[in-house]
Design a protein around this ligand. Sequence first.
Ligand code: TMP
Ligand code: ZN
Length: 399
Amino acid sequence: MKCRICSHEITPFMTFGRMPIANGFLTPKDFKDEYFFELKPAFCTECLTFQVEDQPPPEMMFHENYAFFSRTSAHMQRHFKDYAEWVMENHLRGADPLVVELGSNDGIMLENFAKRGIRHLGVEPSANVAEIARQHGVNTLVRFFGAEAGTDIAKEYGHAAALMAANVMCHIPDIHGIAKGADALLCSDGVLIFEDPYLGAMIEKTSYDQIYDEHVYIFSALSVANMFAPYGFELIDLLKQETHGGSMRYVLARKGSRPVAPSVEMILAEEKAAGLHLPETYEKFRQACESSKERLVRLLNEEKKAGRRVIGYGATSKSTTILNYCKIGPDLIEFISDTTPIKQGKFTPGMHIPVKPYEAFAENPPDTALLFAWNHKREVMDKERAFTLAGGKWICHLD
Ligand code: TMP
Ligand code: ZN
């Protein structure tokens, strides 16, 4: 395959096998038509970008029934409020600045700008989540962001002081289009700020479930610097985040337009020390994924043999990779409980485990809970103290 960023010839270093759409929760009548593709990650030694080879067409992942709503987590609400305030304090310059967010989902971040009367615009391709954003007072365009959208928005609303994204950039195959759009949209000292699951954290934890159809890239500072350099942008700050099991916030500006924080050099050096630029790191990662799989399957089989009930906690997008890679079905996990109404009463993609409302877990607690929402561990542990105190056991593919 050709690298999606620099067109260098690259080869996937492993396969996770046949994968369905990660957020494609479905009903039995749709089982026979379910879409599958092969999930194969690759690393480019030229531009240092971690990426997946095949990706389903975007319309299959982001549509009017998109099942992911950011608002479902209280911790994420707080995170986005802090993120928004940090941008207001550090990066909004000039009178009446415009803030644009791409992939603004249900408006969880932009509502913080809306409440302060700051000019803002969300650009969100999924109509159902965009509608919820509007109900929260967030101006939203139903559209994919790219070179053309950047140009159109600049024409209609003027140049933006900040273009932001959270957990979105890594979904977009055409980073060149985003960079062109940013170049067209941002004012001369404007900033491009985005955060996504961080490659450094994924390699450290073997959290391979970060890899699923929507995540076409897992970024590092090394790769982000290389991606945007051809468009005249440089990294001016890097901030590690705890969200999504370890993320990085990247701040870029036009080269020379803003001072560069010491964090940039520090984190680039840290990434080299961790070998994120070396192919052998990904071979080790492959081996670690296989060990993790063997261990999880063994644990679940032990629970089954002992006659213990196991329920999954959180029908996360990430769990689709775990379940399908490890081939874990309803014989090992009775059901998965999830607080998102649109997922409830459906079945998980590929392995077809029933998804039930949270009450099904709370009212008849299992012996063991498999924590798929591990990135919300603190929030879940707070909420489930009674289950834990009563002897409920937690397992996770990462332990
Ligand atoms: P995410 O990891 O992609 O943010 O998805 C989290 C999913 O987990 C979402 O479907 C909601 C679900 N969830 C619960 O069911 N209970 C919880 O306490 C939390 C935090 C999440
Ligand atoms: Zn490349």
